[in-house]
Ligand binder design. Structure first.
Ligand code: API
Length: 294
């Protein structure tokens, strides 16, 4: 239940069609924490709200080493630790609004400090490369059931969906948020609406999971269909694209530099020698809107 009701100014942006409503907490009052899940659900609703994959707050940092702080809420109101497409949009927004003249800065997130770097043509942001940090491979860090210190690379997962039980081979890891990568030969044959929820709510993932059905086209290129924790099918998932690139390298299916083709477009991902994952992609505006239901 949203306690206080007043018009809320939002900016809708997207990264490859993965779209979010941004509340600029540097210019607007931020609703109380208890209101945020319900507000995220309300504004994300595509019929009774504005419609989006979720709500992102731009906030002043608490971490002295950070310039900004990002909080992300999925369309179901659950809070995610990080959002790859969202942080590229946040980086463009704070630069365009003149909150910083830097083209590289640290953003405090639930996944730790994340560092976007803006690509400019004059003063126009043409793209963003993000240091997404180091992937967490141990089950205890994903989190995923099983021995906490063990990795989950090419492991069996029995999934019950629509009365059918099947065993999938999965590779799970965290980019600060949990991901499950399932390599398949026939991507079109995946019944995402049936399997997506079954993976998302699988008991092996106590905090649920984002799932990425992935076809390897060649060692430098993969194609992915996404079911996101808390938002369902989206056109792209930035943290997921990073997880897919790491899983491809871990399983020997790809190199460490991969073009990840998503329904909304492609991201360039590299799991570099420093252990960090770097993701490059666009950030685009849709427009400003006032949420004022009554
Ligand atoms: N659904 C995700 C958060 C959004 C991630 C995604 N949209 C991205 O671009 O990384 C989660 O609950 O972990």
């Amino acid at each position: 239940m949203v306690t206080e009701r007043r018009p809320i100014r939002l900016t809708k942006m997207h990264g490859l069609g993965n779209n979010y409503l941004f509340l600029d907490g540097l210019a607007e009052p931020v609703p109380p924490d208890d209101d945020l899940p319900a507000l995220a659900r309300a504004v994300s609703d595509r019929n009774f709200g504005i419609g989006s994959d979720g709500l992102i707050l731009v906030l002043p940092p608490r971490d002295p080493g950070a310039r900004f702080r990002m909080r992300i809420f999925n369309a179901d109101g659950s809070e995610g630790e990080m959002c790859g497409n969202g942080i590229r949009c946040l980086a463009r927004l704070v630069y365009d609004r003149g909150y910083t003249r830097e083209t590289e800065f640290v953003v405090e997130t639930g996944a730790g400090p994340i560092r976007p770097r803006l690509h400019l043509d004059g003063h126009r942001v043409t793209g963003v490369t993000v240091d997404m940090g180091v992937p967490r491979l141990e089950r205890g860090m994903i989190p995923m059931a099983g021995p906490a210190g063990e990795q989950a690379v090419e492991v069996p997962l029995e999934v019950e969906a629509g009365g059918e039980r099947s065993v999938f081979t999965v590779t799970a890891l965290s980019m600060g948020n949990p991901h499950c990568v399932v390599f398949v030969d026939d991507l079109e044959a995946v019944d995402l609406e049936r399997l997506g929820p079954a993976f998302e709510h699988h008991p092996a993932f106590p905090q649920r999971v984002n799932t990425h059905f992935t076809r390897v086209l060649n060692p430098e290129r993969v194609r992915v269909r996404v079911w996101e924790r808390g938002s369902g099918p989206t056109l792209a998932c930035g943290t997921g694209a990073c997880a897919v690139a790491v899983a491809g390298a871990l399983t020997g299916r790809t190199g460490r530099r991969v073009t990840v083709e998503l329904p909304g477009g492609s991201l360039e991902v590299e799991w570099a020698g420093d252990g960090h994952v770097y993701m490059t992609g666009p950030a685009a505006y849709i427009g400003d809107v006032v949420y004022d239901p009554h």
